[in-house]
Ligand binder design. Structure first.
Ligand code: NAP
Length: 400
């Protein structure tokens, strides 16, 4: 990664530094702002956490929007650069500008750069989810105050919405308040994993909304291959709140995690053949799984198809891809989960409303966070950690 810095941007940066140091002095509590490489926030799962920053109310007057900003851009195929003079995105009439405080990292962030997809042109800004404060609102936008803490989930096609920049502009219906039960940093991981879990179940797999669930007498099974993935953790809980029985596939190290989140059975995959895994799932559920999500890849998507009911109608969402040559049994409907629909179709706010209710009730256990300090400069390191795939259920979040 290179660091491209003009003299103009240095001035801007220095004035930002002044604003930041002033703000630090205004804060009465002793925030530790020195750069630590990373920190695991324990106990997030018990509801909310509060950090020192979490208790400071920021006002926009303290953070005037500058002329240019810092951004981590994909400058060309497979190459990142830090730019200090990246343009501040303009705000349309129905849009909101958010000053980023935390960004959540996701597998799609490194996959799209490594395999060169979802990058309409260069330079481009990636990053799909964040939490921050409202910095500006368009003239048609009501219901948001400047300085309010919010989270969002973005669509890659708009460079202004890429989260790896200081100021992000998104349509107003995609800007959500942070429930009091959710910390500022944890709110940055709602935009991809939590929203995908909710919309996959409620919109695509036909699972009733928890708030509309009345009759749970009929036993209905959901299979989640990859129960410890951050998306799987949310999906497990949401399904349980809708009265479903959940069976997950995990490593032995994350078995207890999925059990604690409400899974009725966790199949430990260590040392077992694919046939043994499928057999165990079919035995436990008596072959009656009617909904399934795969969160691992094409091979496990195929195994999931082997594990579901062979006669009842089955809804399946292969969230981590399915091979184009995969043979799908006649009783199975494969659903392509398109999270862009959240941005493109305003009617999907019903799912964020449901998510808000569930989170606000304090009944959702949030993933344990692995927080990395250091802003945009450390995003690439975080993505490298994610690529290794051994997060064991923890969510990587970068403090901006
Ligand atoms: N279509 C969409 O819009 C969408 C949205 C969200 C996510 N996704 C995709 O869904 C996948 C999961 O994303 P995420 O961010 O939730 O993942 P994540 O949290 O990064 O998942 C990491 C976990 O996967 C588990 N895992 C690895 N190999 C496994 C296997 N063979 N069987 C079962 N579990 C395994 C590991 O835990 P163990 O120790 O338990 O093995 C690891 O801790 C990614 O491929 C992502 O691109 C798609």
């Amino acid at each position: 990664m290179t660091d491209v810095q003009s003299s103009h941007s240095l001035k801007t940066r220095n004035s930002w530094k002044t604003v930041r140091s002033l703000l630090r002095r205004i804060r009465s509590n002793p925030i530790k702002h020195q750069r630590r490489s990373s920190q695991v926030i324990e106990g997030v799962g018990k509801g909310s956490i509060s950090t020192s920053e979490g208790s400071v109310a920021l006002s926009v007057a303290e953070f005037p929007v500058p002329q240019v900003q810092k951004a981590l851009v994909v400058a060309r195929k497979g190459e990142y650069e830090i730019r200090h003079d990246f343009p501040i995105p303009t705000v349309g009439d129905d849009e909101v500008m958010i000053r980023s405080h935390y960004v959540g990292l996701n597998p799609i962030d490194w996959k799209s750069v490594d395999f060169n997809f979802c990058l309409p042109e260069f330079p481009w800004v990636t990053g799909r989810e964040m939490s921050g404060v409202v910095a500006q609102v368009g003239k048609n936008v009501s219901g948001y105050r400047e300085g309010e803490r919010v989270w969002t989930s973005t669509y890659y096609k708009d460079v202004r919405a890429g989260c790896f920049q200081e100021f992000v502009v998104v349509p107003s219906h995609t800007v959500l308040p942070i429930p009091s039960t959710v910390s500022f940093e944890a709110a940055s991981c709602l935009g991809v994993a939590a929203l995908t879990a909710g919309m996959s179940l409620w919109k695509w797999l036909g699972v009733p909304l928890p708030s509309a669930t009345t009759d749970t007498s009929e036993e209905q099974w959901l299979l989640i291959w990859g129960g410890s993935t951050v998306t799987g953790q949310f999906a497990t809980q949401f399904a349980v709140h809708s009265g479903l029985k959940v069976i997950t596939v995990n490593s032995s190290e994350t078995k207890a995690l999925s059990e604690a989140l409400g899974a009725s059975h966790v199949v430990v995959r260590d040392g077992k053949s694919n046939e043994a895994l499928v057999e165990e799932i079919r035995t436990i559920t008596s072959g009656r799984i009617t909904r399934a999500i795969d969160l691992v890849g094409t091979k496990t998507a195929a195994l999931a198809l082997d594990a579901v009911s062979t006669d009842a109608p089955v809804a399946f969402a292969p969230l981590a891809m399915m091979s184009g040559s995969q043979v799908v049994p006649e009783n199975v409907t494969v659903h392509t989960v398109e999270m862009k629909q959240f941005v493109l179709d305003k009617s999907n706010v019903c799912y964020t409303e449901e998510l808000g209710k569930l989170l606000g009730s304090g009944k959702v256990v949030l993933p344990e966070l692995h927080l990395i300090e250091g802003g945009l400069e450390v995003v690439q390191d975080g993505l490298d950690m994610l690529k290794k795939g051994n997060m064991k259920g923890k969510k990587l979040v970068v403090r901006m």
